[in-house]
Design a protein around this ligand. Sequence first.
Ligand SMILES: [Zn+2]
Length: 247
Amino acid sequence: MRLNTKGLILKEQNIGEQDKLVTVLTADFGIIKAFVRGAKSIKSKKQSATGLLCYSKLSLYNGKDSYIIDEAECIEVFFGLRNDIEKLALAQYFAELAYELAPQETDANEYLRVVLNSLYMISTSKKPNLQIKAITELRLLSLSGYMPNLVACERCGEFETPTMYFDMEHGLLYCENCASAGVPLALELNTVTAMRHIVFSRLEKLYNFKMSDEGLQDLSYVTEMYLKIKTERKYKTLDFYNSLRTV
Ligand SMILES: [Zn+2]
């Protein structure tokens, strides 16, 4: 059966002399693995359109054991990522996050839109890298079933106090009167406000907030820790990005 969709190439791996295997985040079928035949030929338009971090129109068919891409046309290559190692490292981390969190064989349009918007934002330097990182981590986690409950204090319902406490293990928030000693992490109110925005805002508004560099460091620290606790793993691409980070 022939299928048409759009997708972002998350991984590519050479198979033999001519072919490659790519992992794609597609709008309609989530994460899929697909073979690209004859991709290495210089004349092949498929070669560039199935390169890492290309967003492309894909025509594929479902072979016996796997998908096969027979036509690919590039829509966006995020050129601004290609000459900045720090941005490229962050983009590769987003690809790893998408691979970890997006579903397979089902609609993943929301995931794709978040990742594409984030790649666009870093490639055009529209917002600080750390802000885009925190947004991508927490929004993808929220889509994939790890949305923390940030509405109000879990115990008394208080909306905000100058310091609030976040229980990362359970994804719960407490006000300063209700936090029990020892367990949760103290957060300044502006960090909580930013996290609420990332979790609850519409996609069109997702990137529209401003924080100091110090505030972004705190925000990025929390979203990264929360990600690692919830997914119980480390991310090689994140370690690489952190080793390069200048701010
Ligand atoms: Zn409370």
